[in-house]
Design a protein. Structure first.
Length: 408
């Protein structure tokens, strides 16, 4: 039993003893049996009440046997369990004069860029050696300063690909929160491989900055293919070209006034296009596969073929041989007389029609070798046109193109 309840019980007993002692003191009147019984009853009730209060305080309103460690019962009912009180979790108020800390705010810099996307030339785009291309990035101004015409796109590191050191960013303004598409014309290296060029912006004070808080560069990544040999075989692709014939001036849009199907027709008066193999050429030699293009059988008649688009690479050139089929085993080709010509357009734009080269040929027993440099067209997508025109009146011009192709 705890000390404090024992003390209270002892005090009650002492009080009872004093009362009983007082009864035994000399008095003028001897207590009657009824009065003595009343005193004993009051004392007993006092002790009982004290014990009841102590028991209620110790049990906390719980019923049942109390357990000692080890599960043994306390036969006297005197053992009690004590619990260590938990510390209070009630937050203590700050003194009225304690300042409340304010949240930390990072200031927005004057010049700051958020990435948008690659508008053109995604990473890993495959290009031909020396190809000219336009790279466009989309960026957003997330700083506090407006980008003006005094801002520039600058090359930082890597492969420049022909980029100038600096290019004017805009002729207008790009306020904070707005985005802009930035373009630059570049050129793929002539050697095969993977290339990356890194770029940033420069403000009017000459400070260079990049993407995000870490000022990282944005870039262009390309792959230059390692391909050599025959890049465009005019003979093998003749059946993919569009053919037509007519009388000058040339109708490139048709193409020709009369559209022709690939192959040797029954009526050859409108001209035809086909391939021949192991046939005698002027001078008596035997051919491999050659392309025969016979013009319309009329004065200044022609035949022309428009080929699919081709992207010109660095070092590309056209090579081949020109001439006529022979009329017999001797190699005599009669009065063959024609003009051979190669034109091109940039893509499908007929307004860019350009004569690349032409040759006047007669049946003289010798094929003419040709070689045309395409450096001026490097990186451009073009359509080639093969043309054969009678040189004046027709003379049975069975014109042929041998070993004709774009080489690299």
């Amino acid at each position: 039993m705890p000390i404090q309840p024992v003390r209270r019980l002892s005090a009650a007993i002492i009080l009872l003893t004093l009362i009983l002692s007082a009864c035994n003191l000399p008095s003028a009147k001897t207590p009657t049996p009824d009065s003595a019984g009343l005193i004993h009853t009051i004392a007993a009730q006092t002790v009982e009440a004290q014990l009841t209060l102590e028991a209620a305080g110790n049990q906390g309103g719980q019923s049942g046997d109390s357990q000692q460690p080890g599960g043994q019962q306390d036969p006297g009912g005197l053992a009690t369990q004590t619990e260590t009180p938990f510390p209070s979790l009630t937050p203590q108020p700050l003194p009225s004069d304690t300042p409340i800390p304010s949240p930390s705010i990072t200031p927005i810099p004057c010049d700051h860029i958020t990435w948008g996307k690659d508008v053109t030339i995604p990473d890993g785009t495959e290009l031909v050696p020396g190809e000219t291309f336009t790279k466009t990035w989309r960026l957003r101004n997330t700083g506090t300063c407006t980008w003006t015409s005094g801002y520039s796109l600058v090359f930082e590191s890597g492969e420049a690909m022909g980029a100038p050191p600096a290019t004017q960013l805009t002729t207008g303004t790009v306020p904070p929160g707005q985005q802009i598409d930035i373009s630059i014309v570049l050129e793929a290296p002539v050697s095969a491989g993977n290339y990356q060029g890194n770029f940033k912006l420069r403000n009017t004070e000459g400070r260079i900055f990049g993407l995000g808080d870490e000022s990282k560069p944005f870039w262009v990544k390309i792959t230059v293919s390692d391909v050599t040999g025959v890049m465009l075989d005019f003979i093998a692709m003749a059946d993919e070209a569009k053919w037509g014939s007519g009388v000058t001036p040339y109708d490139f849009d048709g193409p020709g006034d009369i559209q022709l199907s690939y192959g040797l027709p029954a009526d050859t008066s409108n001209g035809y296009v086909t391939t021949q193999n192991n046939i005698v050429l002027e001078g008596g030699g035997t051919s491999g596969v050659v392309l025969e293009t016979r013009p319309k059988d009329a004065t200044d008649g022609y035949i022309l073929g428009r080929y699919p688009e081709y992207k010109v690479g660095a070092g590309d050139y056209i090579k081949g041989r020109l001439g006529f089929l022979a009329e017999g085993p001797s190699g005599n080709c009669g009065a063959g007389d024609a003009v051979f010509q190669i034109n091109y357009t940039l893509g499908n734009d007929l307004d860019t029609m350009t004569k690349l080269a032409s040759w006047k040929e007669k049946c003289d027993g010798t094929l003419t070798k040709i070689s045309v440099d395409l450096t001026a067209l490097k990186g451009k997508t073009v359509r080639f046109y093969l043309i054969v025109q009678t040189n004046g009146s027709p003379a049975g011009d069975k014109a042929i193109w041998a070993s004709l192709g774009v080489m690299r």
